[in-house]
Structure formats: C-alpha cells, structure tokens
Design a binder for this molecule. Sequence first.
Ligand SMILES: Cc1cc2nc3c(=O)[nH]c(=O)nc-3n(C[C@H](O)[C@H](O)[C@H](O)COP(=O)(O)OP(=O)(O)OC[C@H]3O[C@@H](n4cnc5c(N)ncnc54)[C@H](O)[C@@H]3O)c2cc1C
Length: 410
Amino acid sequence: MNTTRLTPDSDSHKFDVIVVGAGVGGAALALALSHAYDLRVLVVDRHSGPGNINRGESLLPPVTKLLREWGALDRCRAAGAREVSRMQFFHYKAGVLLDVPLVLPGVHDPYLVLPHPEIERVFVESAQATSRVEMRYHSRVVRLLEEEGRVRGVALARDGGGEQQIRARLVVGADGAYSFVRGALGIELPRKQYDHSLFILDIDRPAGHPDVLRTELHPDGGILVVPGVNRLGLAALVRQEDEHLFQSGSVHDKLARIVHRSPLLVGRRASPVGVHLYKLWRGHAPLYSGRGAALIGDAIHVINPVMAQGMTMAIEDAAVLARHVGPALAAGARATPLDRALEAYERERRPVNTAMIRSSHWMSCLFALGGPLGDMFQRRAFELANSWFGRNIQQRIWSRFATSPVPQYV
Ligand SMILES: Cc1cc2nc3c(=O)[nH]c(=O)nc-3n(C[C@H](O)[C@H](O)[C@H](O)COP(=O)(O)OP(=O)(O)OC[C@H]3O[C@@H](n4cnc5c(N)ncnc54)[C@H](O)[C@@H]3O)c2cc1C
C-alpha cells in the first residue's frame, strides 16, 4: 500500500508483542501472555469494538479449563454464560432420538455458552485487567515492517491518510480466515468450499426450554440450536441450490422457510439482529509462521463449524503459542530462540488441528445427508448410538473433545 505521510515512531520499543486481531484467538493470546509473563502486549483490531457476531457461542471444557487458569472464567459467568450439561438429537417426525449427558467422570470444567461478541469482550477486558495489555480498536494493519528479513512491527492506517508505525519483538497474525498478515508473509490457506452453508438466526426462547444443545434432524437439512438468555441461536443447514431463498426477503420469510424442519420453531418470532448466511470451508495453511511472525486461529485453519471446534482451536493455538514464546520473550530473546519457540508451537499444534479438521469434515458429511435415504441413515445411526455399544463409542468421542490436548498452562 502506498503511503504519503509517516507518523513518528513514538510507540517503538514500548511493546514486546503486537497481536493483529481481537477475535477470540487474538484476545486469548493477549490474555495467556499477560497472565503469565511480564510482557507488554498491544492488540489492534480494525473493528470499532468486540462484535464478530454469530460466530460460535460454545466454550468447551478444554477452553473453560484454560479460562479458569487465566482468571477469566468468573467474568464469563458474570457476562451471562449459561452452562449446558446435555445434548439432544430430535427428528422432525420421530421426536427425541438421543439424549446424552455432556459430563464425563473426572472432568469438572463446564460446557458454557455465551454470545460471540460477549466472549470477545470478556477476553479483552480480562487481558486489559492485567495492566500489561493495550487494546486499540479502529486500527487496521496495512503493512508489516521488516528489518534484516524479520518482521519487527506493523503499520496502521490512519484516518485521513498516512500510517502509524509500531514495532515489537514479535508480531502475531490472529486476523481471521482472510488474514492480512498471512498474505503479507506469502503463506497461502488452500481451502475447499462445502456444498452447503449455514443460515444463522435467533428466535425467542419458549418458556421452560431447558439449557441443552439440540440438533434437529430433517431431510431438508439439520438445525443446531444453542440456548441463550431469552433467545435460541439457530444454525440451519442450507443446500447450495436453496441459498437464494435465504438471500432475500424479510427475516420472517426466512424463518418460514425452515419452520417445517422442527416443531420447536412453530409459533416462534425471529430476531432481525445477526441474520446471516455463512459459506463454509475447510483448509489448513502449510506454515504457522514466517520471517519471525506467527499465525493463530482461522488465519491458519478453517473448518466446518458443525462440531463447534473453531473457537477451541483458536484459543488452544493461543495457549500453546504463549507457552512456547512467553519464556523466550520474557528472557529478552530475539531471532533464533524465538524461531525455535515458533517451530515448537507448530510441531505441537499441527497434528491436533489436522485431526480436528478431519473429524469435523466427516461429522459435517453425516449432518449434511439429505433426502429420504439420508434421513433413514441418520435415524438408524442414532438408534445405534442409543444402544449400549453406541453409548460407549459416544463417551469415547466426547472425551476426546472434553479433555484438552493442551497441557496445564502454569
Ligand atoms: C457460522 C459459523 C458458526 C460457528 N460456530 C462455532 C461454534 O459454535 N463454536 C466454535 O468453536 N467455533 C465456531 N465457529 C468458528 C469460529 O467462529 C472461528 O473459528 C473463530 O472465531 C476464529 O477466531 P479468530 O480469532 O482466529 O478469527 P476471527 O474471529 O475471524 O477474528 C479476526 C479478527 O481480526 C480482525 N482483523 C482482520 N484483519 C485485520 C487487519 N488488517 N487489521 C486489524 N484487525 C484485523 C478482525 O476484525 C477480527 O476481529 C463458527 C464459524 C462460523 C462461520
């Protein structure tokens, strides 16, 4: 990007780490670093405040465990996080197919749900509460600053033209699937698009509706239902050929197009806030760092959200990166020791992320089965899951997601 005016580099040497992006990944990294190390962290985001809407609300047990260690769990509860302890699968004709507890022997960390913008806000506020983190919204990174082949800072676009340069020993791109930082490092994120999208919509919560995660199965496409305060968050599968039905019309028209898929939706009111049709992708970047800068979260992997794992992956990337680079940075390291820490971060995270992208993909194939045959297969699969054998398999699968591969942080 061409610039005409440079602002004096007044912030140089003030920060150890610059995190680009204050989504869940970037905010979690600031929290993880500032909680455990005496490091000065700057987080910049192009938005005017927390608010990536409708991008997942589930804080799984491995994440709530980290949040407890980082001292942020009580803030999540104070912000209105609800605890869910069961997952149910319903069929539009047959009713309940499966009702399983989300608890495991020996796992005490809760499964919480909280609206996405609230999660981002709580993470940022918890990080700022350490007094080591400065948050600057309305700040878009437009250039990476380099010295001797290493990234040593960022340039922010200024209102009215020009740029402000800020330097730090480590720059981390936590700037989402269309990551500017990844692009500037020359690292690609090869992606495959799914043949279905998710239509996101909130409805009013029926009186007496329990705090459970529900999946509504229907041959036209399943619907994931997440409980919230006075509302239910819906994510309805939409096949490619039907996408145009959700791209125009009023929010009431759009709700009417899915209401036949579940009795839960009959007579409900749709909220106009946050209605969106999300395209879905899966992909994994070939590198997690370049020229001394690191990448985390959606900047390096995108997955089908059917298993609610994207946030978990971003937050665990943050925890692991902080554990590897934190001690090196706190010891004053530059260049080689930092590069070793970045390699160790990728060595630890890549196999875990690869496995999660794969399982989410297979689960999304099952969820997206359509038509009468798909419907019959799903019903048989859930009958099997309800057997003694099936419950054993489920416990094994759930224990993979409920217990973290990220070792104790401190
Ligand atoms: C429909 C849908 C449903 C989902 N449901 C779930 C779920 O239930 N559970 C789950 O765990 N995950 C879910 N996910 C995935 C989850 O939302 C993402 O994996 C997660 O939010 C990624 O976080 P992130 O911090 O890496 O990136 P993002 O949340 O994308 O944050 C990136 C941030 O970087 C900022 N930014 C970008 N470029 C710049 C720049 N140049 N300068 C400054 N700032 C910049 C952006 O403003 C943004 O705030 C879902 C995703 C979708 C699409």
